[in-house]
Write a protein that binds this ligand. Structure first.
Ligand SMILES: [Zn+2]
Length: 144
């Protein structure tokens, strides 16, 4: 292996570690979250004294989105696989407690990194599913 490749690999490893450390730091913002289940489905999330309503909605209701957060409500598409559904739930709960509205992009990055710590498989599924959905890609391209 030549020297340039070794240096590039070392930089990639350092960057990956930095992202992981940052994700761990962000994940602390939703640490201790508890879920309340009603009729076999999560209906509420509690975090630091706040109670958030969790609703599972039909895909038609959200368009290309997998979830949505507003007020104290987190909506998640009801047709998602379990890990992906859980990842989207963590993502939306992260949004509900994130008061930094300076950039849409960094808000999404923070929510994704924090949620990925709790549901790495769901994160991978979401990334893959997004990359395979041209409508979703166009939405994000036009939105951000
Ligand atoms: Zn989001």
């Amino acid at each position: 292996m030549n020297k340039t490749i070794k240096i590039c690999l070392a930089i990639a490893v350092v960057l990956l570690l930095a992202v992981c450390v940052y994700a761990g730091f962000l994940a602390k913002n939703i640490a201790g979250i508890t879920f309340i289940t009603t009729n076999g489905e999560i209906s509420q999330a509690q975090l630091r004294g706040e109670t958030y309503t969790v609703t599972y909605v039909y895909p038609q209701y959200l368009g290309v989105l997998y979830g949505r957060a507003y007020g104290k409500v987190a909506e998640v598409r009801k047709d998602l696989p379990p890990h992906m559904s859980r990842f989207v739930l963590y993502h939306e709960i992260y949004h509900l407690q994130d008061n930094d509205f300076s950039s849409k992009v960094t808000r999404e990055v923070r929510a994704n990194l924090a949620a990925a710590i709790y549901e790495p498989l769901g994160f991978a599924q979401t990334v893959w599913s997004t990359l395979c959905d041209m409508g979703r890609l166009k939405f994000y391209w036009n939105t951000y």
